[in-house]
Design a protein around this ligand. Structure first.
Ligand code: GDP
Length: 429
């Protein structure tokens, strides 16, 4: 059976921790979208790791880690990431890379930088990892598929063609040095050597695994609000962040995805630009940011301070609905233990009317948060293992959120570690 672990919001909800935890009882963990532009932070007995390309199951020796066809594959980054974890004492993981995955080329990273430079103050807040230029090329049908590394004749013809196209923009729009076909060819030869041991027909591998009743985890990157179709376009990422895309991003039947675990954080955070209705500022924000996550809300890949805000019912309810949630994992709840009262954004006021339905971007820009306050629990809930042992105010907060979301919270995370998890029965299930 297949389970998906995905995010309801802007990302950084703690998907890495939940995947790492569920991977204990899984056989295969798959990345199906995104690239090395975002990351997961995982804390376990080997240490603390920031993963950008590898799925969060690489720390177990019984699992196979897969990079699906939907991923923007940065081969040197993958290579270095494998090295960095084995250097820290993690046994060499079993890794497979789809022969249909496409390759992030060095010029994608350059185009990302040049475009941000060109846009100046109007930039999209890209992490400049080449993700948007990569996906643009994929859909313009001028990308390099891993399988193509093994056809020398095709490569030689294609590098010429790509240089012809790219050099027009480099010269006339960005005024930057031209690409040379022989340099691209050298890069591709190097990439072939690096990736060769891992290349596999992933959809066939997964098809066979399903027949053998293996458990497969799909690990999403970012969250619903960054989806190019259903998110806050244009401040979105370039591949779908939804569980339903999991079927496409690694080539499995959609009906095999039986459980969709949507990770929802007990407050909000976002990296990069875009509407964020429940955002807070000043000292109040600094305090939440510094106390947040595990060691503060700063990007796992970029180190950028994350924008923070109160829990947003409207965004999270929509985020869960678009994912097709069967279970909510409610994370980072322990962080809120310092507050006397916990503000929650329960509605958006747009043009004088209050709604709980998440609007399209141009209306979202006008939304003002409707805030309700719940009593805080004023203590440290880390280490608690049973739901009934949580303070009443804390359970009330969880149950308030669950009722507003309309999806069952079956897991509550009260710390960054694998064991910091409380399973609970939900009336909604
Ligand atoms: P992801 O991209 O969704 O995997 O999220 P990130 O890894 O970027 O951010 C989650 C951060 O919160 C990481 O530093 C985790 O170690 C940490 N974290 C996850 N769950 C919890 C939790 O329940 N409590 C606390 N305090 N930190 C958590």
């Amino acid at each position: 059976m297949i389970k998906a672990v995905v995010g309801a919001n802007w990302g950084d909800e703690g998907k890495g921790k939940i995947t790492d935890m569920l991977a204990e009882n899984a056989d295969i963990i798959v990345r199906f979208q995104g690239g090395a532009n975002a990351g997961h932070t995982i804390k376990n007995h080997y240490g603390k790791f920031a993963l950008h390309t590898l799925p969060s199951g690489v720390f177990y020796d019984h699992t196979t880690s897969i990079i699906g066809n939907g991923v923007a594959l940065d081969i040197p980054k993958l290579f270095n990431e494998i090295k960095s974890i084995t250097d820290q004492g993690v046994p060499a993981p079993k890794i497979l890379v789809s022969d249909r995955a496409q390759i992030v080329m060095p010029y994608h990273v350059l185009f990302d930088q040049y475009e941000e430079e060109r846009l100046g103050g109007k930039s999209f807040g890209s992490t400049k990892s080449g993700i948007a230029p990569f996906y643009s090329d994929k859909y313009a049908k001028i990308g390099f598929q891993v399988s193509e590394l093994f056809d020398e004749e095709l490569l030689q013809e294609k590098v010429e063609r790509i240089c012809d196209i790219k050099n027009v923009t480099l010269e006339h729009l960005y005024h930057k040095p031209a690409l040379k076909p022989e340099d691209l060819l050298d890069t591709l030869h190097e990439y072939k050597k690096m990736v060769e041991p891992y290349v596999c027909d992933v959809s066939l591998f997964l098809w066979n695994a399903l027949k053998e009743n293996k458990t497969i985890l799909l690990e999403g990157q970012l969250g619903t609000l960054k989806d190019p179709d259903h998110g806050i376009y244009p401040m979105v990422t370039s591949s779908s962040t939804l569980a339903s895309y999991g079927a496409i991003g690694c080539g499995v039947p959609p009906y095999e995805i039986k459980q969709i675990i949507t990770v929802v954080k007990a407050y909000s955070s976002a990296v990069g630009a875009g509407a964020f209705v429940s955002e807070i500022f000043g000292d109040e924000a600094d305090e939440l940011r510094n106390r947040g996550g595990d060691g503060g809300e700063f990007g796992a890949t970029t180190g950028r301070p994350r924008r923070v805000g109160w829990f947003d019912v409207v965004a999270s309810k929509y985020g869960c609905r678009m994912q097709g949630t069967t279970d909510v994992a409610f994370t980072v709840l322990d962080v809120l233990g310092y507050l006397d009262e916990i503000p929650v954004c329960t509605g958006y006021e747009i043009n004088g009317e209050v709604t709980t339905d998440f609007p399209v971007t141009h209306l979202l820009e006008k939304a003002k948060p409707v805030i309700e306050k719940l009593p805080g629990w004023k203590c440290d809930i880390r280490g608690i293992k049973k739901y009934e042992e949580l303070p009443k105010e804390c359970r009330d907060y969880i149950e308030f959120v669950e009722e507003k979301l309309g999806f069952p919270i079956t897991m509550v995370s009260n710390g960054p570690g694998r064991d910091d998890i409380i399973y609970r029965e939900s009336k909604l299930k």
